[in-house]
Design a protein around this ligand. Structure first.
Ligand code: GRF
Length: 220
């Protein structure tokens, strides 16, 4: 048997996406090993979820460092200790310095709550409402030095409904984010998706457009 595909998960918040990965692994739907969960926030509930699943956790709080660069240096030194094949940012809320990203080309993915390239940055659900969008969703993209700008691997779409608030829209997006992240990680782990130097590949050919999450909760 080949060695399991190892992922390191970076999270700052409640960790529902981490939980989705943990649950898919326990259900036998995702053949990966979570080699560690890394956070900038000691109180992140994601850490509780990791401990509950017997996953090693590491917290590197920014306050202990004089600069953003110094924090990232220590944080990513810890991440490297997990020897992960893939680094998954699942609600990691810090902007990562370009130097760290450039040292790990095509090894980091991020889950962003919008249909990129629309609505980068924060408060994406409110941004979608303010723009009068009729459709919204979530994207998994390769992390590059430009914020929320790397090649998009996969997306999940939801309608914006009359009377939506940022809260109701966020809940609808979260329900599809979980299978979106699990399926994208699964396709990377199984080698269907590959992050090559000349761009993402699907089954050996350049990925023509982001994969879309279907009603069957699979990517196509
Ligand atoms: C998600 O909405 C994700 O898209 C964004 O941060 C949130 C994390 O949620 N990047 P959780 O911590 O996984 O519950």
């Amino acid at each position: 048997m080949s060695a399991p595909f190892r992922i390191a998960v970076l999270a700052s918040g409640t960790g529902t996406n981490l939980q989705a990965l943990i649950d898919a692994i326990s259900a036998g739907d995702l053949a990966v090993e979570i080699a560690g969960v890394f956070s900038d926030k000691a109180k992140a509930f994601a850490l509780e979820r990791a401990r509950g699943a017997g996953i090693a956790t590491t917290v590197v709080p920014p306050k202990r460092f004089a600069t953003r660069e110094a924090h990232d240096e220590a944080f990513f030194a810890a991440v490297d200790g997990a020897s992960a094949d893939l680094i998954v940012c699942a609600g990691y809320m810090r902007i990562i310095t370009a130097a760290q990203i450039e040292r790990r080309p095509n090894r980091m993915i991020n889950l962003h709550p919008s249909l990129l390239p629309a609505f980068k940055g924060l408060h994406t659900h409110q941004q979608a409402l303010d723009a009068g969008a009729i459709e919204h969703g979530a994207s998994v993209h390769i992390v590059t030095a430009d914020l929320d700008d790397g090649p998009v691997l996969a997306q999940a779409r939801v309608p914006v409904l009359p009377g939506d608030t940022a809260g109701t829209l966020a809940a609808r997006v979260q329900a599809v984010e979980h299978p979106l992240l699990v399926e994208t990680v699964r396709m990377l782990a199984e080698g269907h998706l590959r992050l090559a130097p000349d761009g993402p590949h699907l089954n050996g050919a350049p990925l023509p457009a982001p994969l879309q999450l279907g009603a069957n909760r699979r990517l196509a």
